[in-house]
Design a protein around this ligand. Structure first.
Ligand SMILES: Cc1cc2nc3c(=O)[nH]c(=O)nc-3n(C[C@H](O)[C@H](O)[C@H](O)COP(=O)(O)OP(=O)(O)OC[C@H]3O[C@@H](n4cnc5c(N)ncnc54)[C@H](O)[C@@H]3O)c2cc1C
Length: 445
């Protein structure tokens, strides 16, 4: 079979690996001039760094298995992480139940309640029963107003902006399961959290996937945006792409898999029936806006700092060099200033320089010693479709991987549920959709 795949992020590459290994002729089309989509990297200080911070949890078994299959297990380091929360002008450790007990901004009663709720969610399996709540509703009801006002409310507002009260409770449930599975209790012998990182960056995984796919006869076309998916008599037949001469031309396939965001897919296939198109249009996305500072000295002693203070216009500080060595980046310290925004937020439209200037006074609130002169260099990245907003009762509205158009498949982050999107789940989805395609090939053989 001749199979076309749109998008060379981790989902498209994983599906391509499976399908080439099964003996099919696969062609990947990627609009960007690089592999890896949302997990792609750029060069800094002689090393490679993700445009948006990336790590793995110990529960990320699908990508851990892929890394093993690619022969890269030796590169996957499991590193102690450090997590804090900034509240009321102070940084608190916020990783183990012991840290929670010491978290003074909450009353003792609220701390105990939040601790019990956290443990409960970590063990709780029946996420379907949570679907009828938004995360805001559920936390207020079960963890109480204290935990909501001090911890979860500011974090939800920071992460989801005007959508803070729309996000379904399974999102929070998924976070508890993935993140907390990587954590100990803070008691003796069960310290902190281990997070995974492929030394040399996530690009190591993408390059190895590329090698294996091309070795098995697959083709990967970078800088090749698909402009249209060609449908004849209700069946997918090919893709329309723009050649180097600026003219569009068609390439034909027996089956086509798109890993593009839903709003792009909807435009590529205007023939989709309303009931399916409705599901695509029904999910909003936020973009990730990242300012990355290359600093002469460390900013904090935390890898991950949640900002639970909504007078500060960003949601998190991720200090990569409190996770891996500054030596990887020429001895520099790397600090991500992270935000998730949509077009309704004025910060979304700020110029790169203006955004940096906007942030600097707020950095001083967190580390009063910080001075602009610490900044050696800085970068700005905008990652579109970074975070789908998954609302209540979402299981009824997930678009199917097999679309209503014959021989046309979709695999994107809006189909990851109940967990939050992440590279692990895109690998799982890439494997799953490749299996669906192989089943359909067998059935029609
Ligand atoms: C700031 C940030 C931090 C994150 N942190 C983590 C983390 O710590 N751990 C983790 O596991 N995950 C993390 N993630 C999530 C993870 O990066 C994504 O879930 C995953 O990379 C999605 O992969 P994908 O292949 O499904 O989609 P994408 O990576 O979005 O791939 C889709 C591809 O399709 C291409 N495309 C779109 N339209 C067209 C077209 N018309 N023609 C051709 N190509 C097209 C795009 O260019 C893109 O390369 C993070 C994401 C962000 C933004």
């Amino acid at each position: 079979m001749n199979i076309g795949i749109i998008g060379a992020g981790i989902a498209g590459l994983t599906a391509a690996l499976r399908l080439t290994k099964a003996g099919h002729q696969v062609t990947l089309y990627e609009g960007a001039p690089f592999l890896g989509g949302q997990a792609s990297t750029f060069d800094v200080g002689g090393g490679r760094l993700e445009k948006g911070y990336h790590h793995l949890f110990t529960s990320d078994v699908d990508i851990i298995n892929l890394i093993e299959e690619l022969g890269l297990t030796d590169k996957l380091a499991w590193i102690d992480s450090s997590v804090g929360i900034f509240h009321g002008g102070k940084i608190y450790d916020f990783i183990t139940p012991k840290d929670l007990i010491k978290f003074k901004p909450l009353s003792l009663f609220s701390r105990i309640r939040l601790g019990l709720i956290t443990l409960y969610l970590r063990r709780y399996k029946n996420w379907r029963s949570l679907e009828k709540y938004t995360a805001s509703e559920w936390i207020r009801k079960y963890a109480g107003a204290g935990a909501y006002n001090v911890v979860w409310g500011p974090l939800l507002r920071g992460k989801f902006g005007s959508y803070f009260d729309k996000v379904g409770m399974p999102w929070l449930w998924g976070k508890m399961h993935t993140r907390l599975a990587s954590r100990g209790t803070g008691l003796k012998g069960m310290q902190g959290e281990k997070l995974g990182y492929p030394m040399g960056s996530f690009a190591e995984i993408f390059e190895e996937l590329e090698k294996k796919i091309t070795h098995a006869g697959g083709r990967i076309n970078l800088s090749t945006s698909v402009r249209d998916i060609l449908i004849e008599d209700g069946e997918a037949k090919g893709v329309l792409i723009r050649g180097v001469d600026g003219k569009d031309f068609a390439e034909y396939h027996d089956k086509i898999l798109s890993t593009t965001p839903s709003y792009i897919f909807d435009k590529l296939v205007p023939e989709l029936p309303d009931h399916y198109s409705y599901k695509l249009k029904n999910v909003d996305y936020l973009s990730a806006i990242l300012v990355i500072l290359v600093l002469k000295r460390p900013f904090t002693n935390k890898y991950w700092l949640n900002i639970a203070d909504r007078s500060i216009p960003f949601v998190g500080l991720i200090e990569q060099t409190n996770f891996v060595s500054p030596e990887l980046y020429g001895g520099n310290n790397i600090l991500y200033i992270s935000n998730y925004l949509d077009e309704s937020n004025p910060l979304f439209h700020f110029s790169e320089k203006d955004l940096l200037e906007e942030y600097i006074p707020h950095l001083k609130k967190i580390n009063p010693l910080f001075d602009k002169s610490w900044i050696e260099d800085w970068y700005y990245h905008k990652v579109s479709a970074a975070q789908p907003i998954i609302g209540k009762n979402y299981s009824e509205r997930i678009p199917e991987h097999r679309t209503p158009v014959k021989d046309l498949y979709l695999a994107n982050t809006t189909q990851i549920y109940p967990e939050d999107r992440g590279t692990n789940y895109s690998v799982r989805m890439g494997n799953l959709v490749a299996d669906l395609i192989l089943d359909d090939v067998d059935r029609n053989a």
